[in-house]
Design a protein around this ligand. Sequence first.
Ligand code: AMP
Length: 210
Amino acid sequence: MQNFFNKNNKNTHKNDSLQGMKNIVLFGPPGAGKGTQAEVLKEKYQLVHISTGDVFRFNIKNKTELGTLAKSYMDKGHLVPDEVTINMLNAEVDKNADANGFIFDGFPRTAAQAEALASLMKEKNSQINAMVALEVDDEILVQRLLERGKSSGRADDANEAVIRERIAEYYRKTDILKQYYMAQSKYHGVDGVGSIEEITERLSNVIDTL
Ligand code: AMP
């Protein structure tokens, strides 16, 4: 298998490998099902799954400085500042230098993050192939997150006001990324309501065309 980060690709099959590589942004508001689907898709397509929310929660659990900082935003339903999030994401990508490709879950969430991701991929001689978005009505999101909160142990799932703030933050800062990827003809919307298997099939129908 070709090394993802090998820039000296002359006289190798690197180009074939790059063309076959898939870097996907799995997109959607909180509660759309990104994490659930990413877990299935990473196995199916042999991709590395990076969830910025999971990395923050890991840091909170381990009481790191990053975790303490992130928690102060997450508990209110607000986004963690871009600089912190982008540095963390860059480090996570670098930890997986031999990946076939990535599923980014919960990143990018702002225009600055989308620009940073494009630069990072370019640096690695690669690109984002597609944004695949799970589309779900807001009231269904609230109900799903309240339900998840009964067992997730997540402080930000336990309180309806925080859930609604997370959705508001999505519309304030994140929803515009649809336009960013549409302008590059990379946006694919998928109905995010149905069984896990049905939704995986809808997502796979898009990913198989990439
Ligand atoms: P998630 O697990 O994706 O629902 O994220 C949980 C929380 O982590 C969010 O509400 C944010 O506070 C924080 N977070 C996760 N990803 C990002 C990101 N890309 N930018 C800023 N904050 C983030």
